[in-house]
Design a protein around this ligand. Sequence first.
Ligand code: ADP
Length: 358
Amino acid sequence: MVTQEQVLAALRQVMDPDLHRDIVTLGFVKDLKIQQGEVSLAIVLTTPACPVKDRLKEQAEQVVSALPGVERVQVEMKSDVRPTSPPQGLNLIPGVRNIVPVGSGKGGVGKSTVSANLAVALAQTGARVGLMDADVYGPSIPIILGIKDSPQPGGRGIFPVEAYGVKVISSGFFMKPGQAVIWRGPMLAKLIDQFLSQVEWGELDYMIVDLPPGTGDVQLTLCQRIPLTGAVIVSTPQDVALQVAEKALDMFRQLRCPTLGLIENMSYYICPHCGQRENIFDTGGAERAAARWNAPLLGKIPLATGIREASDGGRPVLLDGPDSPGAAAFLEIAKNLAAQISIQNMKEVAEPAVRITF
Ligand code: ADP
């Protein structure tokens, strides 16, 4: 009869391509049971959005089935998202495992569209997701996600509003339509503090934070107050946008917030009539920038009327299904982002990050 040691030895051949280690060493194999010729086990990944989930399951089934004496193999795929390990002096929001700010250099590059669709995409994979709209000067998340309800008081202060499986809080909930925000730094810092400490977020695997464009007070407050897993930078492909995006990236690096990757939005346009691809804002810029910044390119999103229409209509394009080029791009980027978060958290277990405190 096959033994536990033989099964584990076989499973050591299954490598996680992102973490470059085998699934036994990584501690992913749980609940291993052997009854006569039947082997059952669970593989507990670090994210439900793992881009290679199906491949790992198939490989595990193959290597165990190949052992002499094994008649049937049952592999259950589960996930348990790891939290960022907080550096000394900073505490995570209780229950919130990863906080990921989405920034840009210039405004209008699609940062809010990307934040909203990434949050919904991660929620669709089964993750528990929150979205903090900290773009105080132009809070557009309630419009993009079609939110009509207001947050209700309770718990630590207020409950976020739920939309498409995502818990949302937005500065837009607390302003009258058309009202301009003319605030000095301390007021901005106070709002961010309240979003962090007085919102009843509950248990979250990922919190996406939609930042204002640029390198201002909101970014600084966020980086100083809570441990961030890493930042995502959104840019369009042309050099002028990438040059400004580089400043946002430099700010995060100076504040000791790792970079999880770059997303190229409005990357190319496919004519709905003739199918020809046009690189309206140039091409290749994101690859060059990612190489220069030593940061992964998480993916490219096409310029598509459907994305704009979906956002204006309050129904994220992601819900159009995998045949929609916009939805497919967002889903792939969400999986790549989740993989980068896992890599970052596994790295931190071995080598805790240093953080400057002000
Ligand atoms: P930012 O948050 O960077 O200011 P937004 O997300 O508000 O940018 O996007 C600006 C405008 O561009 C919005 O009208 C949005 O619907 C549109 N938009 C964003 N990304 C795309 C895209 N990939 N294709 C088409 N329109 C887009």
